[in-house]
Design a protein around this ligand. Structure first.
Ligand code: AMP
Length: 398
């Protein structure tokens, strides 16, 4: 065990960590710190199937969490074998087209991207600084959610607003979930026994946040999220696409501020807002089966918007060899996949009910009927593995 990579994903009040083998991808440890910034923070460790919880006694920062992580690594005899640290960073703006070794200049560039991701990037920086203090002799790598989408053509990433906002403030579409798309597109090519650079795919990453990406010859050519993750699909609590005039309308008629409306669109909308019940797809499916009209409407709207987006992404790819589902919903909800595919007969996509029902709980495989030209696949994503591999490649590979 000499090739271990520590993968860190710091949010504003959480820190996820994993230890993976940089060569085999085997996972050795998972740690989740929650409620950071409060007095009742806790850290959960999963090691060889055993779970352990530690409750912090004082107000806990990212620094405390990383120091506790170091202790946990030592307890499990892993700290000596860690050779590099890979950090997930949500926003790399236009600067980062690929993962990169973290230098002082890179930290400054991540800082410059804070206006584009005011909640995420500051938390990543706290995590990186804390980890650099805890592991001063190890190389650190940043892996960006946005970098995979930097290959989008101008006509896909620009907004139809005066170009000065792009020139002066970098207002454009960036897209997210890039690490997941990179992993899943390669896994899909492997599953089909084809070269990635000859495949046209549409991939739907459907988790609590959800997006769709057109991948042509291994490159992102369009994606549904934009300047922020709010654009595009209906999500757990996000509205996705909406007429921007809603800001003036709700200001005039409900006296809501920009901040209140933005918060409503990000936190109270989507599946939660429509169903008036939950943002969780599984809960909605349970209640829809019992006739809950909000749950039924939410699931139908989610599927319809998604199907429209999948169809529109084939304009960007020009051809459709594979349609791929991933993320918590994409990997587990046979009924949501069925709802979506029902709308996609026009693309020649049909679902095999038996295969579809079997592809849950981490299974990977095809769910299309045998006569379909388009391969419809379910592939569990693995962003941690991708971060570990990038980190290994940038720091250790000969
Ligand atoms: P993620 O953000 O990728 O963890 O995905 C979370 C979403 O996946 C939530 O909406 C969950 O309800 C959904 N999900 C997970 N398992 C299932 C399942 N068995 N059936 C339906 N939805 C599921």
């Amino acid at each position: 065990m000499h090739n271990l990579i520590l993968v860190l994903n710091c949010g504003s009040s959480s820190m996820k960590a994993a230890v993976l083998d940089g060569t085999t991808g085997d996972s050795h440890l998972n740690v989740l710190a929650e409620k950071l910034g409060s007095a009742d923070a806790l850290i959960t460790t999963k090691h060889q199937g055993e779970k352990d919880v530690f409750y912090f006694k004082e107000h806990t920062t990212h620094d405390h969490a990383v120091r506790k992580l170091l202790q946990i690594l030592q307890q499990h005899g892993l700290s000596e074998d860690i050779i590099a640290v890979g950090h997930r960073v949500v926003h790399g703006g236009e600067k980062f087209h690929a993962s990169t070794l973290i230098t002082r200049e890179v930290l400054e560039d991540i800082e410059h991207c804070i206006p584009l991701a005011p909640l995420h990037n500051p938390a990543h920086l706290l995590g990186i600084h804390a980890a650099q203090d805890a592991f001063p002799n190890l190389p650190h790598v940043a892996v960006f959610d946005t970098s995979f989408h930097q290959t989008m053509p101008e006509h896909a990433y620009m907004y139809a607003i005066p170009r000065k906002y792009y020139r002066q403030n970098a207002v454009r579409r960036y897209g997210f979930h890039g690490t997941s798309y990179r992993y899943v597109s390669q896994a899909a090519a492997d599953m089909l026994g084809r070269n990635l650079d000859e495949l046209c795919m549409v991939i739907a990453h459907l988790g609590n946040g959800a997006s769709v990406t057109a991948v042509k010859n291994g490159l992102s050519v369009d994606t549904s999220m934009g300047l922020t993750p709010l654009e595009g699909l209906i999500m757990g609590t996000r509205s996705g696409d909406i007429d921007p005039s809603i800001f003036e309308f709700l200001f005039d008629n409900k006296h809501m501020s920009i901040r209140q409306i933005n918060s409503m669109l990000n936190k109270d909308s989507g599946l939660l807002g429509i169903s008036e019940l939950s943002n969780d797809c599984r809960t909605l499916e349970e209640h829809a089966a019992l006739g809950h009209d909000g749950a039924i409407l939410a699931l139908n709207m989610f599927a319809y918007r998604l199907a429209k987006y999948i169809a529109s992404m084939t304009v960007a790819t020009g051809r459709l060899d594979a349609l791929v589902f991933t993320g918590g919903i994409g990997e587990n909800s046979a009924s949501m996949r069925q709802r979506v595919i029902q709308h996609l007969g026009v693309l020649g996509v049909h679902v095999d009910a038996e295969l579809n029902a079997a592809m849950v709980g981490g299974q990977a495989g095809a769910i299309n009927v045998a006569t379909d030209v388009v391969h419809t696949l379910v592939i569990p994503t693995n962003e941690e593995l991708m971060i570990a591999k990038d980190t290994y490649a940038l720091t250790c590979a000969e």
